[in-house]
Design a protein around this ligand. Structure first.
Ligand SMILES: [Zn+2]
Length: 296
């Protein structure tokens, strides 16, 4: 795998060097702006990173700086404010020991402490991943795939998935290999087609699943999910079957080498029969719910 990536990096570097724009080209001379030392800036020959380090060593540096397979990389700080999520951001997980659903991690920027509900701006981050990519065009072209292919991206509900897809370039989206989604549904579904998590919006869910079905390199899709009847959280028999069929039916088009769903209930046989063969495995696990921070 590494040899393949190194080969691709070398090919990309050769292509980038070969097609680097020349400051004397006709196109670049048409704009009325001062001359810039473009030739020295674009070839990168004076940079020790490219002159002295092999592509393989540079790749190791990119991995060390951008990737961490042990900690989730949370995206989309959906901290609803006046009905709308705040801007996109990223936060490397610092709440791995939390017993609550992952979407309730304080990593997403919302938590309760001393009877006060705290919010952190989405623009704040504990993991400055973008700076390295913005160093220069050559580093970006070499390293950007490491960022998207080697991290475990964590989304707060399906809306996070859709927002993320709309934000990044298609090649980056299709580079994703490890995806985690955390969400909570209330049933019956007809009452929950507005707003955003909590609880999950059924329309967002369908859109998010459709987006994920287009990923062809997905190695892992992991979902932690709670499903309750809106009036009686304790009574699993009260959960509307049609809602369950909708939720899990939307996932059937997604393909991942490992596809696991952690669920707080056991699916009724009638629902299983309606779904037919499915590409995922359901693991029963009931997480506590942080009602102080996220009242329903
Ligand atoms: Zn976290």
């Amino acid at each position: 795998m590494r040899a393949f990536i190194v080969k691709k990096l070398k090919e990309r570097k050769m292509a980038t060097t070969a097609t680097a724009p020349c400051s004397t080209s006709a196109a670049s001379c048409t704009a009325p702006r001062p001359d810039l030392p473009r030739s020295s800036a674009h070839t990168q020959r004076q940079c020790a990173v490219f002159n002295t380090l092999s592509a393989e060593l540079r790749l190791l540096i990119y991995h060390a700086a951008l990737a961490d397979s042990r900690r989730l990389l949370h995206f989309l700080h959906v901290t609803p404010y006046k009905g709308e999520p705040r801007p996109m951001g990223h936060w490397r997980c610092e709440d791995r020991d939390s017993p609550y659903p992952i979407w309730q991690h304080r990593c997403f920027g919302c938590w309760a402490e001393d009877n006060t509900r705290w919010h952190r701006k989405a623009s704040h981050t504990n993991s400055d991943l973008i700076s390295l990519l913005l160093t220069c065009r050559l580093i970006y072209s070499e390293a950007v795939e490491v960022l998207y292919a080697e991290n475990h991206f964590s989304f707060r509900g399906a809306r996070g998935v859709v927002k993320f897809q709309n934000l990044i370039a298609p090649p980056s989206w299709h580079a994703l290999r490890y995806v985690h989604i955390s969400t909570t549904f209330l049933t019956p579904m007809k009452h929950w087609k507005r707003g955003s998590l909590p609880p999950e919006n059924y329309d967002h869910w369908e859109s998010g699943c459709h987006a994920l079905s287009g990923l062809r390199r997905l190695q892992l899709l992991s979902i932690d999910m709670i499903v309750w009847d809106q009036l009686n959280h304790e009574n699993t028999d009260a959960i509307e079957h049609q809602s369950l069929i909708y939720i899990f039916g939307a996932l059937k088009a997604i393909r991942a080498r490992t596809f696991q769903i952690e669920l707080n209930i056991k699916l009724p046989d009638q629902v299983k029969n309606s779904l037919g063969p499915v590409p995922f495995e359901i693991l029963y696990h009931e997480r506590p719910y942080d009602r102080e921070t996220f009242p329903l």
